[in-house]
Write a protein that binds this ligand. Structure first.
Ligand SMILES: NC(=O)c1ccc[n+]([C@@H]2O[C@H](COP(=O)([O-])OP(=O)(O)OC[C@H]3O[C@@H](n4cnc5c(N)ncnc54)[C@H](OP(=O)(O)O)[C@@H]3O)[C@@H](O)[C@H]2O)c1
Length: 245
């Protein structure tokens, strides 16, 4: 059986990613700072295979034990979806952001997933065809942020953007490190998705714009988590299409 671990699985895009992977027959380890155990009865009723993992990405001292527990129970990991993230600094400029907020966001969004991937690397290699998906955002696409004509040029969230540029660095670095081990690593942007993360302060995407549902937003993550041998590595994708960094 294929085993996947999805972070931020309690709600939003992570929950949808988990369900879509279960629908493809994966056993999904649903990891979140919140208690995913609440979802297990409903998953079992649908005939899905899932387990719950309490994870705080700021607590990297817990990662070795998590890896040991997964090894003991499953012996391998076929897909890791680094999806959990914090967005708490919408509109805050790099001139104003407080160090504590910057550190917290970078720890959850960039440093945590880096060390979590490192801790789970032996299990991904053991899969023989491990897949890592790093959920990023076009709001951190340097090609757009540095283009004064881009509609994203004025979207500022100093900590979130810094952390997600770091996520894209994780993708390129781990893709190269895993090159000879059959493990593919890619970044994706889910697009604008209706979740708790963005309900308070939404960017202006125009009158006709509508957010995606979480299941629509999860599509590219699931595609990258289930790539076959010919699939890409070290890329950045949205709607299953490659985009610039
Ligand atoms: N929604 C969008 O439009 C959009 C657009 C572009 C990219 N994205 C990306 O898509 C991914 C999923 O976003 P979403 O909108 O589904 O977010 P969400 O609904 O806020 O879900 C994120 C989950 O991660 C959890 N989490 C937060 N801090 C954590 C930590 N330290 N350790 C473990 N889990 C933690 C959250 O718990 P709490 O609720 O307790 O914090 C929450 O359950 C993120 O990487 C986000 O940056 C989203």
């Amino acid at each position: 059986m294929k085993i996947a671990l999805v972070t931020g699985a309690y709600q939003g895009i992570g929950f949808a990613t988990s369900e879509l992977l279960m629908e493809q027959g994966y056993h999904v380890i649903m990891a979140d700072i919140q208690d995913c155990g609440e979802h297990l009865p409903a998953m079992a009723e649908k005939g899905h295979k899932a387990s719950a993992l309490k994870l705080d990405l700021r607590d990297n001292s817990s990662f070795a034990k998590i890896a040991a527990d997964i090894e003991a129970e499953f012996g391998k990991l076929d897909a890791l979806v680094n999806n959990a993230a914090l967005l708490v600094d919408f509109g805050i400029s790099p001139l104003d952001i407080k160090q504590e907020m910057l550190r917290d966001v970078i720890e959850v969004n960039h440093l945590g997933p880096f060390l979590f991937t490192q801790a789970l690397a032996p299990l991904l290699i053991r899969s023989g065809a491990g897949r890592v998906v790093n959920v990023s955002t076009q709001v951190a696409q340097l090609a757009q942020l540095s283009d004064m004509n881009s509609p994203l040029f004025d979207d500022i969230c100093a900590a979130y953007q810094t952390s997600k540029i770091g996520v894209n660095a994780n993708t390129v670095l781990f893709a190269k490190a895993f090159r000879d081990h059959g493990v593919k690593v890619n970044s994706c942007c889910p697009g604008w998705v209706e979740t708790d993360m963005n309900l308070d302060e939404l960017p202006d995407y125009g009158d006709d714009a509508r957010p995606k549902t979480p299941r629509e937003g999860a599509d590219t993550s699931v595609w990258l988590a289930t790539l076959d041998e010919d699939g890409p590595t070290a890329g950045f994708f949205t709607d299953r299409t490659r985009i610039d960094w």
